[in-house]
Design a protein. Structure first.
Length: 576
């Protein structure tokens, strides 16, 4: 009888449904095979590549037809020749323009999911990925949402509520407007309103009083903000009074809170996954301290700046928090870490997969989109072969793993990632758009990369500025850094857009980055002082200067030619 076998000899019989056989063998509940990808760009491309790779290479389910992907695509994405459309089994065209018309439109997503008869919806990151209305409506339709439940997403989507929950679970918190508040979730899955209001700031006077209590400098935040919006740092009372008005206007209607600014801090993340059986695993973590205006530039893991014993405390705290609220799916606990005092503080919990998740995949060997899929199928975490391998267990054994007590095998590799964006480093990193004639990059064992567009494509005005991501691995941090520098130097992007590739190479070569003495304010400081300058090859400068001069000469000739034609037409009229 025909079939397929994994490395340990497990056979999925050809006469049966291989996916169902796999789910049954792993103690799951139901097969999920037809998936609507409610996202575009990098997220959509990555999920299809990852889940297909898992199905074929890890689960040995066959080379094709096991998983089916339906993609949503705007005319802008179609015209831009977006990579994710090619990867999908089918695409449904949706209205163009801003994401409220398409990828963030919950009603539209549910309508397509129902019409296409999908088993589940994967939301990616951004767009509708953190909108609790989506899992709620899909549940009513009998369609799985690959992520947390609506009540949990709702409470975690509010940074104030998340901070209170963190304190309740015993997670250390930095001094903030909600100091000392604890609460259990109500039957509706919310924080009691009276407790919630105690953490909010509703007037300038309240904000000033809070800042004087916890101490300047402070960070003022809108709980519903994100992506750099609704967040301001204030050094004194005068700045705070101005920033309070700005934060409220940037995110209208959002509750506002304040936290002490942890100067010299690192941004450390713990990758967690919760299953449908109450288990929560911590899959190591990442250091995302290289940031520009709160946007990550480089990500790396494991976070070697944190002593192993301290990082284990961070992981256990993250697991306690997520287990206490019944979290299901992949998520990230973010901390601020002070290397001088060796103390860490809860920042927030992101109830979705992060852009930088492949860093975790590189150091753990766990395919995160595939893990999300298996959670949706009801498979327990300690029965997933890749998770078991990470803990040094036999892939197909059924022995229990106590994720709150047992330790995983510490990663033997280091990974540093670099985001590739369509931004102009010479103009305050403003986003650029336009055609891409060619992208030249060769993945290797040491450095892997993926892109949302390739040759003869484009970055349109509604697209995310990030269109690529490189992941360099090495035996230690320095080896990974050198590998990434070489990969960036060999990356070639030709077209109408601008990229900061040369600038990234210079950043990786700075003394502070090499010695790992950076913090979250490091890059903004360099930009403010213009301390890092891109070095251009002399021959390149000469070449581009010659091209520019030639273009200007042609433009001047065109003007002369147009004027001559216009003059000739006037003479012709007079002759008539």
């Amino acid at each position: 009888m025909r079939g397929s076998a994994n490395a340990e000899g497990r056979m999925w019989l050809g006469g049966q449904d291989p996916l169902k056989s796999y789910v049954n063998a792993c103690g799951g509940k139901q097969a999920v095979r037809r998936i609507l990808v409610a996202s575009n760009g990098m997220a959509a491309a990555k999920v299809m590549m990852s889940m297909r790779q898992w199905a074929h290479m890890e689960a040995n389910l066959g080379s094709s037809g096991i998983l089916e992907f339906v993609a949503m695509a705007t005319k802008d994405d179609l015209d831009a020749n977006a990579e994710f459309i090619r990867l999908a089994d089918k695409h449904v065209e949706v209205p163009p323009g801003k994401n409220v018309n398409n990828y963030a439109n919950v009603d539209l997503i549910c309508k397509i999911a129902q019409a296409q008869k999908v088993d589940a919806v994967w939301p990616g990151w951004g767009h509708a990925s953190e909108n609790p209305k989506l899992p709620a409506k899909l549940k009513d339709l009998g369609i799985h949402f690959i992520g947390p439940t609506s009540p949990v997403m709702s409470v975690l989507g509010d940074k104030i509520a998340a901070g209170i929950l963190a304190q309740t679970a015993g997670v250390p918190s930095i001094p903030w407007s909600g100091d000392g508040l604890t609460a259990e979730l109500t039957a509706e899955g919310t924080i009691p309103e009276e407790t919630f209001k105690k953490a909010c700031l509703t007037s300038v006077q309240q904000a000033v009083a809070c800042a004087e209590r916890i101490g300047f400098p402070v960070m003022l935040k809108a709980s519903e903000g994100g992506g750099g919006k609704g967040i301001r740092m204030s050094q004194d009372k005068e700045e705070l009074e101005q920033h309070f008005v700005q934060v409220r206007s940037e995110v209208p209607g959002s509750p506002v809170f304040m936290m002490q600014l942890c100067t010299g801090a690192r941004h450390i993340e713990v990758q967690i996954v919760g299953d449908q059986h109450g288990q929560v695993v911590a899959l190591s973590g990442r250091d995302c301290s290289t940031q520009r205006r709160f946007q990550k530039i480089f990500e790396e893991g494991p976070p070697v700046i944190v002593p192993k014993a301290t990082f284990k405390e961070m992981e256990r705290a993250a697991q306690r928090l997520t287990a206490s609220i019944g979290y299901i799916g992949a998520g990230t606990i973010e901390y601020l870490y002070n290397a001088t005092t060796n103390q860490f503080y809860f920042l927030e919990l992101n109830p979705r997969l992060q852009v930088e998740h492949p860093v975790t995949e590189a150091i753990t060997g766990v395919n995160l989109p595939a893990t999300q899929l298996q959670v949706a199928m009801g498979i327990p975490l300690d029965r997933m072969p890749q998770v078991r391998s990470f803990y040094g267990k036999s892939s197909w054994d059924t022995s229990k793993i106590d994720f709150m007590k047992d330790d995983y095998v510490y990663p033997k590799v280091h990974c540093i990632a670099s985001r590739i964006t369509a931004e102009n480093p010479d103009d305050s990193f403003k986003p650029t758009s336009g055609k891409i004639d060619r992208i030249k990059f060769q993945s290797s064992v040491a450095c892997w990369g993926y892109f949302s567009v390739w040759t003869h494509a484009a970055i349109h005005e509604f697209a995310d500025s990030q269109f690529g991501h490189l992941f360099a691995r090495g035996g230690d941090r320095e080896e990974a850094r050198k590998t990434l520098v070489l990969a960036l130097k060999n990356l070639e992007v030709v077209g109408e857009i601008r990229t900061p590739i040369e600038y990234l190479v210079e950043l990786l070569g700075t003394k502070a980055f090499r010695l790992n003495t950076i913090d979250t304010s490091w890059l903004d400081g360099l930009l403010r002082e213009r301390a890092v300058k891109v070095k251009y090859e002399k021959l390149d400068v000469v070449f581009y200067a010659a091209v520019l001069r030639a273009v200007r000469q042609f433009e001047a000739r065109d003007v002369d030619f147009a004027e001559a034609i216009a003059k000739r037409r006037q003479e012709h009229k007079r002759e008539r």
